[in-house]
Design a protein around this ligand. Sequence first.
Ligand SMILES: O=c1nc[nH]c2c1ncn2[C@H]1C[C@H](O)[C@@H](COP(=O)(O)OP(=O)(O)OP(=O)(O)O)O1
Ligand SMILES: [Mg+2]
Length: 198
Amino acid sequence: MMKRIVLASNNAGKVKEFNRLFAALDIQIVPQGELGVAECEEPHHTFIENALEKARHASRITGLPALADDSGLCVHALGGAPGVYSARFAGEPKSDARNNQKLLESLAGQADRSAYYYAALVLVRHADDPQPLISDGICQGEILETSRGEGGFGYDPLFLLPQFGKTAAEISADEKSQISHRGKALRKLIAKLQETGL
Ligand SMILES: O=c1nc[nH]c2c1ncn2[C@H]1C[C@H](O)[C@@H](COP(=O)(O)OP(=O)(O)OP(=O)(O)O)O1
Ligand SMILES: [Mg+2]
């Protein structure tokens, strides 16, 4: 029987990307929402701690191995902000539109628009797993002054990928998987998983 992992995320954009990344593997990923798991607190100041928190929470409730992604946008001119607070940059309730607006306002008149996406992934085999599998990835880009494209999610319409001359919302889902912080992190995690087993 195919192994199941709960994906400890309520973000539909992430769920789509993970489905694509896992398509070739012998593992079925089930979004936590389908198993009745609600969002948990993300109280920490580091991505890795929040990812561990989310993974343990989903695994504790479902009894399944759990994979979590804690990610964000780090802007050099903003001292690395919004960083771990990217989802809540413009306050609660979370809104990509208001976050993007706030990002543009924060960078008004700013010449240095360099930024990167960061993703921390944590996989626990059970809620008290003493050896969580951990990996991360980075994707470099620049923040535009106006949105472009309909794909992706979050900050993608403002995130220019210099190597494509397109935003992360303008490239295809396959292209994004190949170069994204999430894609890079997941490929590293899968290599570790193949060493240790699930
Ligand atoms: O590829 C990406 N393309 C665009 N934006 C992205 C990306 N990756 C992370 N981001 C942004 C979205 C959100 O503002 C924050 C993640 O926050 P983060 O708490 O990890 O996710 P979330 O609250 O949306 O879902 P959940 O915690 O249920 O997985 O960084
Ligand atoms: Mg979150």
